[in-house]
Design a binder for this molecule. Structure first.
Ligand SMILES: Nc1ncnc2c1ncn2[C@@H]1O[C@H](COP(=O)(O)OP(=O)(O)OP(=O)(O)O)[C@@H](O)[C@H]1O
Ligand SMILES: [Mg+2]
Length: 480
């Protein structure tokens, strides 16, 4: 066989033990002969399961062997310029040749699967590849080589995807992080990176990860959920959307608060669609996830230190610099540390209409988190001063939540109205009222206004966003 992509002048590597074993053992025919089936004594369902398992194990061994051969045989440098079709043809040719040598017979379906898996190993991220391509998957969570979970529709599911062993998993992790110029090993055991498709990636390897490497991937969605999508999915109502539109357009400072994976970034992204196209927006993130629709957007991504501990550019650095870049609005993907000081200052000093997210379980909790972050940043200010700083900077807290049935909803919209003594005063304007659970564990409930008049009604009116009073009336309809 002649090939551009095959290394030349290299003799075929000797078959390793496994293939010798494989060669000695002719493959089991796909459908066992009748006599054999009859002779089986064990209960009918046990035999096929056992066989199926053995066959799977064997296939996985063959795959490992073939993959080794591919890496030996393929001219990896030439791969970069190879077209996908060429490469697929090449891989299937090398695999067919090897299978023949190993005297392994596979049916057409097994061959197709094998070729796809080999292709994924060579150019992609191996066993993770099908999950990355699956649009119904939001998150991929790997707990060591033999356990891979995914999140679909807000619920975690165990998949039958596995890695051959820890070495295989480490190889895939290494492939990802080396592509972005990072390293992960014993002395540097965790890393954040972004996959080529924009997905957010984090890995932690042994010995810090005790039972094998831990990988978490938040898939990047090209089509971010719009306000209309979110209303359609029941994340919030049209009335709440109208209120939020007024809030964004009239430049209130907004914090989206929520737990992990509750939809904070998605909400922030959707809210940003209400910003006028003529404004200059600067976004600052640890991993660039936001996809703003406006024309005038400057995107910044912080950078961790390199292996020598140098070159870090923090969100705070970006934020300070952003203030010198004439922004109309600043959007910080997630406030989690010392950048909180600059964020609040920016909100207080003319960059109103800024937005960020924060990891917290309620509006009150979000405020306490802000207070804690300020204290941790080493700012020594009396608590009252801290609170009044927060109260004058933040206007609105939108609480996102992933409920127990997996649905994601905006469970509360709360306005910050000022200070009463030492306490920040707030009023909830909308909330999700939960009333029960269906037999199949779906949450029954409805969104409702709380009946309070918005603290910002006058502002909305002055800016030309006169919201009908009915928006603020409590829900009186049927339960949903
Ligand atoms: N209302 C919704 N309906 C359905 N899917 C949603 C909804 N909101 C968010 N999602 C999906 O849920 C996943 C998590 O959302 P998102 O990244 O916005 O969460 P997050 O709170 O920012 O998470 P993290 O804490 O990890 O940053 C995404 O894949 C997103 O597409
Ligand atoms: Mg997020």
């Amino acid at each position: 066989m002649f090939s551009r992509y095959k290394k030349s002048g290299k003799s075929r590597p000797k078959l390793v033990e496994l293939s010798e074993v494989a060669a000695k053992q002719p493959p089991e025919p796909e459908v066992p002969p009748k006599t054999q089936r009859r002779a089986a004594k064990a209960p009918a369902q046990v035999v096929p399961m056992d066989k199926e398992k053995k066959r799977k194990e064997r296939l996985s061994e063959i795959k490992v062997e073939l993959h080794k051969r591919l890496l030996d045989d393929l001219n990896l440098a030439a791969l970069e310029t190879a077209s996908e079709a060429d490469l697929r043809a090449e891989i299937s040719a090398i695999a067919a040749e090897a299978l023949e040598e190993m005297e392994v017979v596979l049916n057409r379906e097994e061959r197709t699967t094998l070729n796809q898996e080999l292709y994924d190993e060579v150019v992609g991220l191996g066993p993770l590849e099908p999950l990355l391509k699956d649009d119904t998957v939001n998150d991929i969570l790997v707990n060591g080589p033999h356990q891979v979970f995914v999140e679909r529709n807000g619920k975690l599911e165990l998949t039958d995807t596995t890695f051959k062993d820890e070495k295989h998993l480490l190889r895939i992790i290494d492939k990802i992080v080396s592509a972005v110029g990072r390293r992960v090993d014993e002395s540097n055991p965790y890393v954040d990176a972004r996959l080529a498709d924009g997905s957010r990636f984090n890995a932690m390897v042994p010995p810090i990860a005790v039972d094998g490497s831990l990988v978490s991937i938040r898939k990047f969605k090209k089509e971010k959920l719009s306000v209309d999508d979110l209303v359609r999915f029941g994340a919030f109502t049209e009335e709440m959307a109208a209120y939020l539109q007024a809030a964004v357009a009239t430049r209130l400072n907004i914090i989206v608060s929520g737990g992990t994976g509750s939809g904070k970034t998605t909400t922030l992204n959707a809210l940003s669609s209400f910003i006028d196209d003529s404004e200059r927006i600067l976004t600052i993130e640890d991993t660039a996830e936001l996809q703003l629709q406006q024309t005038h957007v400057g995107r910044m991504e912080s950078r961790p230190p390199n292996v020598e501990g140098k070159g870090a550019v923090t969100q705070r650095d970006c934020l300070r610099n952003a203030l010198r870049m004439r922004p109309d609005r600043i959007i910080v993907g997630e406030t989690r540390g010392e950048e909180v000081i600059d964020m609040l200052q920016a909100m207080n000093t003319g960059h109103d209409g800024s937005m960020t997210t924060i990891h917290a379980n309620s509006a009150r909790d979000a405020v306490s988190r802000l207070e804690n972050m300020i204290a941790m940043a080493g700012i020594e200010m009396p608590i009252k001063a801290v609170r009044s700083q927060i109260a004058s900077a933040v206007n609105l807290i939108v609480q996102a939540s992933r409920l127990q049935d997996g649905s994601r909803r905006m469970v509360s919209i709360t306005e910050i109205t000022g200070m009463e003594g030492d306490v920040i005063s707030m009023q909830e304007v909308f909330r999700f009222q939960r009333v029960g659970l269906t037999p199949d564990n779906k949450i029954i409930g409805h969104f409702t206004a709380t009946g309070v008049r918005s603290h910002f009604s006058e502002r909305f009116k002055m800016w030309g966003y006169e919201l009908p009073a009915s928006i603020f009336e409590p829900f009186e309809g049927e339960q949903r």
